[in-house]
Write a protein that binds this ligand. Structure first.
Ligand SMILES: [Fe+2]
Length: 249
């Protein structure tokens, strides 16, 4: 049987970014995620002028509500929450304050990413500086797919430094077991062994060819087999329950 988990990173709001293109595709993704073991999913569309995505907050909210309505009928076992994968600019704190997009379920937690594709790799100094600036503004940064950045793969201790300064880490569960890039997989596994991962996600983008589907169960199994049950439970669902969801209960 698959382990149950909360997926805190997904691109299932149709029309918001490069993720799902339709309500139908979003529902297909949710069904696949449920089969992997998800019982709650955070919709986290990209936001940031620098990466080409600046969806209007009211439109995102509208499509999120439509998705929630349909999901309640078709995938009732999965609860949905709203967040954003923010591009981590130097002034991200202002953007969050202005409510240009969404925090994790309206908490102080902010999922933040840096550019890492098409030959663009952001320097360590910028990554560190922008995350700490966000934290100094009173928010709680969660670094999205911490294992994927070249700056961190070059020197794993940089992530330790960030963690010691209060930056939390999300890892794509896929990278713990299935990723064929050893650089990414080895770093993801080291983060687990050092107990530095707080959350996991699918980062699912679509069911169309070339889009990332949810593939988590193998990575989560690796986590349970190679750490301990209390830690694996915290990463799979406990931390997200405690930090993002509990306030509703
Ligand atoms: Fe993402």
């Amino acid at each position: 049987m698959n382990h149950r988990f909360i997926d805190i990173h997904s691109h299932i709001i149709f029309g918001a970014d490069d993720g799902a293109e339709s309500l139908k595709e979003a529902i297909e993704l949710l069904k696949l995620d449920r089969e992997e073991g998800a019982y709650a999913v955070f919709a986290t569309p990209h936001y940031g002028m620098e990466n080409g995505f600046a969806p209007d907050a009211a439109g995102v909210m509208r499509n999120f509500e439509l998705l929630k309505e349909r999901a309640a009928e078709e995938v009732p076992e999965v609860k949905l929450y709203l967040g954003t994968e923010w591009y981590c600019s130097w002034d991200l704190g202002d953007r969050v304050h202005r409510r240009d997009a969404f925090r994790m379920n309206d908490t102080d937690y902010v999922l933040a990413e840096f550019l890492e594709y098409g030959g663009i790799y952001e320097p360590w100094e910028k990554i560190s500086c922008n995350l700490l600036e966000l934290k100094n503004r009173g928010f709680r940064p969660v670094l999205a797919h911490a294992e994927r950045y070249a700056a961190m793969q070059e020197d794993w201790n940089r992530l330790k430094e960030l963690r010691e300064q209060g930056i939390l880490m999300q890892v794509n569960a896929y990278d713990l077991e299935l990723n064929s890039s050893l650089k990414t997989k080895n770093l993801a596994r080291w983060l687990a062994k050092e107990r530095m991962i707080s959350f996991i996600g699918s980062d699912m983008h679509g069911t169309r060819p070339g889009k990332r589907r949810p593939r988590l169960k193998e990575g989560i199994r690796w986590l349970y087999e190679n750490t301990n049950e209390a830690y694996a439970d915290a990463v799979a669902f406990g931390n997200a329950e405690k930090l993002f969801i509990r306030k509703e209960e």
